[in-house]
Design a protein around this ligand. Structure first.
Ligand code: WT7
Length: 662
């Protein structure tokens, strides 16, 4: 589309709020070709869930032993639980690798790796990946890792990350990937909580041309984690690395000695596959526990239908494997389907803002799955960066991580997709394992900004404070009223949290998101309604940042809220009061930021630190976050009722201080 035509198109769409039909060419070739096909399959999945999931599990997954029961759950009692395919036995790495080796997929690219330095590329065929995974599995066994043991993976986006995940799955060890941008403190917390025996890291990493000292960070964490027996180090950069005798070993050295054959363990369907920590409304992140059979089926099925997967597709999910998106849609979903998954170590805007388009052009990418924050940042840089590349191989675009505004949606659709590629918005969570609400491409009409309709087997509802469904277009709390196979099994080490956080109301899984459903039944997600922020698609608990801030000696109190940010979606706004006699200056501000960085990681660094003289509180001493959010958003026209405050003048002071700051 020419720029003028495009601008007119976006304006027209924004003014008319029309839905967009998928193109007949796309629908004709799609796996699900029409709204009617979608409706039929959806109804079957809801009306006869057991028959539906049993059929899907038989046709999509290879089992070593059949199951005794398809679906067992309780959402009502004080001990909610969910189990799929009890008694069934399988192995996830077998499904992702071995079963593809008999036919032509043996020589197909399973993983294409593009390093941050452009010249660093590697391709793993299914056969090669299988051998590497077997070797890594044998290495873990030699290091004493047994079925059920936890292994922490603190790695950048290198093939060894996917290999390690699959190696754990092969021997029945539980992996716990920690995003390589998190700090030593955060890494230590996860190592200790998961009780990991072995940690796999890399000596260094690249980020935007800078070198990350991952081994140094890992050493700090390991100094505080006495339970770890061995640390395997991937040699990412040929550079001096301190190795601790009797604990640290080089990945390459270990692997060289291992055999490329390793029998997969027979795992029961509900044996844990991995733990992934995520922020909630408490200061301590929760270890979300996912199982084997249900999770794999759900990742496999959503991968296939949400991305309309074809045998020849080159599929690129830009998410880091340190998050759930990377688990389900970079590693498990694509490989279980026998697809080609591109793994990219770099960032969208380094060395220049066209890096994504460079990669799409270089490999002929067909499906691109990325986040609204990346779309907004590229929209800001301008479409010339897109236009300089031939990205005509793209046929489908995906979005994940946060609500995509209709403006960003339309830019993605027209500037990147050239009006040709459907967009599948995908709403889901770490806890849900896979996509829950989406725009099945080719089958359903798209509404820019709406996540659209439930995936098969998913029954989302929007309820008000009375527990009843809200009227069309009326906002409420998004809940799910039946289980689905991708659902988390529990919270590691913390069974109470499973009940208290996700099932405070009997009968529903509580998502923590707000939403409304329009007159056509389309879901519109409005964002978190708990104390969780969404910063560039990363989930960060306000309590986590507050707890880091108050651990600084001079800080008396801290209250953290999200505020609208043009690129990040939400920025982090921290109100801080200091102890008597503290000098407020830029040094203190920098110290606070450094402290948060060291405690959590750079992604949690506050964008604004507002040194306040006092915080608004109710008479019972509760901080009024609603008001703090409004002040941070500079939306103070209508602050509602502040009469319940103990000292209403505090609010005025804060407003004046914000004005002075901006
Ligand atoms: C939260 C979950 C799911 C993988 C990435 C994030 C928000 C996610 C969307 C979307 C609107 C979205 C929600 C959700 N979210 N995708 N398409 N539209 N909001 O996983 O870190 O567990 O975060 O991300 O608020 O609760 P996560």
């Amino acid at each position: 589309m020419k720029k003028n035509t495009r601008t007119a198109f976006i304006r027209h769409m924004l003014e008319n709020e029309r839905s967009i039909e998928p193109s007949p060419e796309f629908s004709y070739k799609a796996l699900i070709k029409s709204r009617q096909d979608y409706d039929e399959m959806y109804h079957r999945s809801i009306e006869e869930p057991e028959a539906f999931w049993a059929q899907m599990a038989e046709t999509h997954i290879d089992w070593f032993k059949p199951w005794d029961a398809v679906e067992e759950f309780d959402f009502e009692s004080d001990n909610p639980y969910v189990r799929y395919f009890r008694g069934g036995e399988l192995n996830v790495s077998y499904n992702c690798l071995d079963r593809h080796l008999d036919g032509p997929r043996r020589n197909k690219a399973a993983l294409i790796w593009q390093g941050e330095p452009n010249e660093e590329v590697d391709v793993y065929t299914y056969q090669r990946l299988h051998r590497e995974v077997c070797k890594a599995a044998n290495m873990l066994k030699r290091l004493g890792v047994k079925r059920g043991d936890r292994v922490v993976l603190y790695l950048p986006m290198v093939p060894q990350l996917a290999i390690s995940m699959l190696a754990c799955a092969r021997i029945g060890a539980i992996h716990c990937v920690v995003f390589s941008g998190l700090s030593a403190e955060a890494l230590k917390d996860r190592i200790v909580d998961s009780g990991a025996k072995v940690v796999i890291t890399s000596n260094y990493g690249y980020r935007s041309g800078k070198i990350l000292h991952l081994k140094d960070i890992c050493d700090k964490a390991l100094d505080m984690s006495p339970g770890v027996e061995a640390c395997v180090v991937v040699r990412r950069i040929e550079k001096r690395t301190d190795m601790k005798v009797d604990r640290d070993v080089w990945w390459d050295d270990q692997m060289a000695a291992e055999s490329p054959h390793c029998e997969p363990e027979n795992m029961e369907s509900n044996d844990p596959l991995f733990i992934l920590y995520t922020s909630g409304s408490t200061a301590k992140p929760k270890g979300i526990l996912h199982g084997t059979g249900g999770y794999l089926l759900y990742a496999t099925l959503t991968m296939k239908y949400v991305f309309d997967l074809k045998e020849t597709d080159i599929y690129w999910c830009t998410a880091d494997a340190g998050w759930i998106t990377g688990h389900s849609y970079l590693v498990y979903g694509p490989l279980s389907n026998g697809a080609t998954s591109l793994m990219f170590e770099g960032v969208p805007n380094y060395p220049k803002p066209d890096r994504y388009w460079d990669v799409v052009e270089k490999f002929g990418v067909n499906i691109l799955y990325t986040a609204p924050t990346a779309v907004r940042s590229m929209m800001k840089d301008g479409e010339q960066w897109v236009n300089n590349h031939d990205i005509s191989t793209l046929r489908l675009l995906g979005s994940v991580g946060e609500p995509i505004t209709s403006k960003a949606w339309l830019w993605y659709y027209s500037a990147v997709g050239q009006g040709r590629c459907p967009i599948a918005d995908t709403w889901w969570q770490t806890e849900t394992g896979g996509v829950m609400i989406t725009t099945i491409p080719g089958a359903v009409d798209m509404k820019p900004g709406s996540a659209a309709l439930p995936f098969f087997g998913i029954s989302p509802r929007v309820i008000g404070s009375d527990g009843d469904d809200t009227a069309p277009n009326e906002g409420g709390s998004l809940v799910i009223s039946r289980p689905w196979p991708g659902m988390m099994l529990g919270v590691y080490n913390n069974p109470e949290a499973f009940k208290n956080v996700y099932f405070p109301m009997p009968g529903f899984y509580l998502t923590g998101d707000g939403a409304y459903r329009d007159e056509d039944g389309y879901f519109w997600i409005t964002g978190r309604i708990d104390d969780v922020m969404n910063v560039s698609g990363h989930r960060i608990g306000t309590a986590e940042v507050e707890s880091a801030l108050v651990s600084v000696l001079q800080v008396a109190e801290a209250a953290v809220v999200g505020y609208p940010h043009p690129v990040k979606g939400e920025g982090i706004y921290a109100y801080v009061t200091v102890k008597e006699g503290t000098v407020i200056n830029d040094d203190l501000r920098a110290e606070l930021c450094n402290h948060v960085r060291a405690n959590i990681g750079p992604i949690a660094t506050p964008d604004v630190i507002h040194f306040a003289s006092a915080l608004p509180k109710t008479r019972s001493g509760k901080i009024m976050r609603r008001i703090l959010r409004k002040i941070a958003a500079q939306d103070t026209e209508n602050l509602c009722d502040i009469s319940t405050l103990s000292e209403p003048s505090v609010v005025n002071d804060l407003i004046q201080e914000t004005k002075r700051m901006s």
